[in-house]
Design a protein around this ligand. Structure first.
Ligand SMILES: Cc1cc2nc3c(=O)[nH]c(=O)nc-3n(C[C@H](O)[C@H](O)[C@H](O)COP(=O)(O)OP(=O)(O)OC[C@H]3O[C@@H](n4cnc5c(N)ncnc54)[C@H](O)[C@@H]3O)c2cc1C
Length: 293
């Protein structure tokens, strides 16, 4: 199918884009990499009157480290993050997850901001950004707001961004020394959207005891799920088979995966529990612990 007719605007500066969004945002859509929006248009699941193409805003394409934090411009392509030595050195969870996103052609066009603004619970970036406590900077002619992951991912395909706002930057805080991270998912074919997945982050003290844990689940509900009880259960314990089994059990307690022809809800819940256990063990091993078997 082909999309219904739409007007097309291609601003060349951020101010111009924000003015267009203020004027027409309620009836329009931002076009970034187009890897999610164009299929939605073609299936006529979205019928915006105007597309505001932000690909001319090259000032929104960057990866830089400032005061220990990673700043990612919203227009940064997936491939740039995937191959970033900076990200691989300090935030390997991001580069590990990127390898699971779609196919190289899609990663060449798709943007980090587009994946976050699309807010698909089966997408990898929202899940790892949630584990990393990323913050999302949005701008409009009314000013600037900074959203937490919980405020950004409010529902399925429902970001916490107003119609006149543009996501301009994602800030990822520093990962403390002694921290290991891991991301795992399962899809029927590589590049397909996953049936379930888990991101894990474990910080160990010098004795190998967990000081802090973060878990974020993929496909466990309408948004990435941070199971607080599971994270708390690991703190003060070694990251071993017994502690991660208990944490994984708690992690899926509040999960509500949806079943479909690719897998029942029960299957997905079991899958997410297993992947959470494995991701926690791998993160513990990478943090310098060592019970990953
Ligand atoms: C065959 C196929 C397989 C795929 N598999 C995966 C997968 O396994 N995992 C995965 O995560 N994704 C997958 N995707 C989706 C892909 O990663 C998209 O690139 C990504 O979800 C959206 O990024 P984009 O830049 O293309 O955004 P677009 O498609 O341009 O936009 C997506 C949405 O975000 C809004 N938007 C974009 N940028 C901004 C901004 N800066 N501020 C405010 N709103 C904005 C748009 O208006 C639109 O609503 C797949 C896509 C295809 C076609």
């Amino acid at each position: 199918m082909k999309p219904p007719p739409f007007d097309y605007e291609a601003p060349t500066s951020l101010d111009e884009a924000l003015a267009l969004l203020a004027e027409r945002g309620a009836d329009g859509k931002v076009l970034a990499g187009g890897q999610s929006l164009v299929p939605l248009l073609n299936f006529r699941l979205a019928r915006p009157e105007v597309l505001i193409d932000v690909n001319g805003l090259q000032e929104l394409s960057y990866l830089r480290r400032e005061e220990g934090a990673l700043r990612i411009g919203a227009l940064t392509r997936h491939a740039a993050l995937e191959h970033s030595r900076l990200a691989a050195s300090y935030w390997p969870l991001l580069t590990e997850a990127m390898g699971w996103v779609a196919h190289p052609q899609i990663r060449n066009r798709g943007t980090v901001g587009g994946s976050c603004a699309h807010a698909d619970p089966a997408a990898e970036l929202p899940v790892v950004m949630t584990a990393l406590d990323a913050r999302f900077k949005v701008r409009s002619t009314r000013g600037e707001r900074v959203l937490s992951a919980g405020e950004m991912f409010v529902g399925q395909l429902e970001p916490g961004i107003e119609a006149d706002e543009l996501l301009v930057e994602i800030e990822v805080p520093p990962v403390p020394a002694g921290t290991g991270t891991a991301f795992l998912e399962f899809a029927r074919r590589h590049g397909d959207f996953a049936l379930g997945g888990a991101a894990a982050m474990v910080e160990l003290d010098p004795e190998g005891i967990c000081r802090r844990a973060a878990i974020s689940l993929l496909g466990a509900g309408p948004t990435p799920l941070r199971p607080g009880d599971a994270e708390a259960a690991l703190v003060g314990a070694p990251v071993d088979q017994a502690s991660v089994a208990e944490a994984a059990r708690l992690a899926v307690r509040d999960a509500g995966p949806t079943g479909d022809l690719h897998g029942s809800a029960e299957y997905r819940r079991d899958l997410i529990e297993t992947l959470t256990r494995r991701a926690l063990l791998a993160a513990g091993e990478r943090a310098g612990g060592g019970d990953a078997r």
